[in-house]
Design a protein around this ligand. Structure first.
Ligand SMILES: *[C@@H]1O[C@H](CO)[C@@H](O)[C@H](O)[C@H]1NC(C)=O
Ligand SMILES: *[C@@H]1O[C@H](CO)[C@@H](O)[C@H](O)[C@H]1NC(C)=O
Ligand SMILES: *[C@@H]1O[C@H](CO)[C@@H](O)[C@H](O)[C@H]1NC(C)=O
Length: 419
């Protein structure tokens, strides 16, 4: 609607010709986004790269973090002030499981906070959330909080990659946390496809939604040898990935679908190289995603934080999947680094890992999302009000934890990626 208004006005006022970019801005986000070779394009055909940060909402309370300290609008304004254009917003499948167990009714904030933090602290933190975010009440539901984050992102033009981070709402990830692989203790495949479809359908109303991921960091179930032996391999992976992608696409045909690889999503090599998905002989084929081959994006994570060689790190990233961006591999995709991060202090950002990624990603015009926005968590690994020293924000989400990083490198990295 706004697009046609702009065009109508442009037709009347001929003194200042309307240029394409004005039309595009007017119609943000120009969904659906699609892939074209190694690029993501919006509906006007403009290449889109995502540069953003992770906003966790998949831990025990299962709502986006930080709302006891700041309003949603304040937090999104901070993201925007970095020049970023995207967030990776995480959720747990348990949130949807609880809607189903609750007769289709979503859980209230009152219940969510008390369930995760106990009666006394849960009530206290809930009241802090309501003070900072007065449009909510104790009976606001979890999904209504996600909806409010999405609405603010739309207002400030921040794209959302909605990420299924884990099944059971808790800190992620290890090989023995019960959420490692399809069939693990908490990772029921049916609950997972049901949850993906539920969120894909629910989030159709989010203007800012452009993409959904299948699953964060698939990994070997290290405490379950039988499960590991039966399916922790590329052949097993492909079967599950096709189920998840179908679940999302059938519920919402507009979103991009992000695929993550083995070993904590550090490698997608056989997918890019088109080699056998072992121990089977079948290969990855876009024809296995009928009608939506132009929706698949690869995502990788990298935490080689102690590297001392940028050329080694670059070589690893290329080999693990980023060489799909060269356009010369058997399979070509957009590839994004949806997690990397390090301690936020005065000096760590000057090391090889950080400076190498700050040049590599913009040079490749690869999308990325730094881990993590959160300065603290409602609860992490049993400790309440946990301080996150990798957080871009400080403990009460009021300021940057490492202003020297933000001003000395991060904002330039965003600018160089999006320019
Ligand atoms: C946009 O994508 C096209 C391929 O469709 C590519 O040739 C072009 O270089 C890209 N433009 C920019 C500015 O990256
Ligand atoms: C409740 O919150 C207080 C203050 O943050 C904290 O010291 C205490 O450990 C919390 N209680 C539990 C059970 O975690
Ligand atoms: C799957 O969801 C149901 C609720 O519909 C729940 O009772 C069950 O515990 C979930 N399974 C797992 C493994 O979490």
């Amino acid at each position: 609607m706004r697009l046609s208004t702009v065009l109508a006005v442009a037709g009347v006022v001929s003194a200042t010709p309307l240029i394409d970019s004005d039309v595009r801005r007017a119609a943000w986000p120009n969904t659906p986004h699609v892939t074209s070779g190694r690029w993501v394009k919006d509906a006007t055909g403009t290449n889109i790269t995502y540069a953003g940060t992770n906003w966790p909402g998949a831990a025990d309370v299962m709502i986006p973090e930080g709302l006891q300290y700041q309003s949603i609008a304040t937090i999104v304004t901070k993201i925007k002030s970095l020049g970023m254009n995207a967030i990776r917003l995480t959720y747990a499948i348990q949130m949807i499981d609880e809607i189903y167990s609750n007769g289709g009714k979503d859980v209230t904030l009152q219940k969510a906070f008390v369930q995760a933090l106990g009666q006394t602290n849960g009530t206290r933190v809930l009241n802090q959330v309501l003070t900072k975010n007065p449009s909510f009440s104790a009976s606001t539901t979890r999904l209504e909080v996600f909806d409010a984050v999405a609405a603010e992102c739309a207002k400030q033009q921040i794209y959302i990659l909605l990420d299924n981070h884990i099944s059971k709402g808790m800190w992620c990830c290890s090989g023995d946390d019960g959420n490692s692989w399809w069939g693990d203790k908490y990772f029921d495949t049916g609950n997972w496809t049901r949850g993906l479809a539920y969120m894909a359908n629910h989030a159709k109303s989010w203007t800012a939604l452009t993409a959904m991921s299948l699953r964060n960091e698939p990994r070997e179930p290290t405490n379950n040898a039988a499960l590991s032996k039966s399916s922790y391999n590329w052949q097993g992976w492909y079967g599950f990935v096709k189920q998840g992608a179908n679940a999302i696409h059938n519920a919402n045909a507009d979103v991009l679908i992000f695929l993550s690889g083995l070993s904590f999503d550090t490698t997608l090599t056989p997918v890019v190289q088109g080699t056998a998905l072992t121990p089977g002989t079948a290969k990855f084929s876009l024809s296995d995603f009928p009608g939506y081959a132009n929706k698949l994006v690869l995502e990788l994570h990298n935490y080689e934080t102690s590297t001392t060689s940028c050329s080694t790190l670059r070589g690893n990233l290329d080999r693990n999947g980023f060489n799909a961006l060269s356009g010369t591999t058997p399979n070509v995709f957009p590839v994004m680094l949806t997690e990397f991060g390090f301690q936020m202090d005065a000096t760590t950002w000057k090391n090889t890992y950080s400076t190498c990624l700050a040049s590599y990603l913009p040079e490749k015009k690869a999308g990325w999302m730094i881990w993590v926005l959160a300065g603290s968590y409602y609860i992490r690994s049993g400790r309440q009000d946990y301080d996150e020293n990798w957080g871009l924000l400080n403990h009460d989400w009021s300021a940057w934890r490492s202003p020297s990083y933000v001003n000395g490198a991060l904002m330039t990295m965003v600018k160089n990626t999006l320019s």
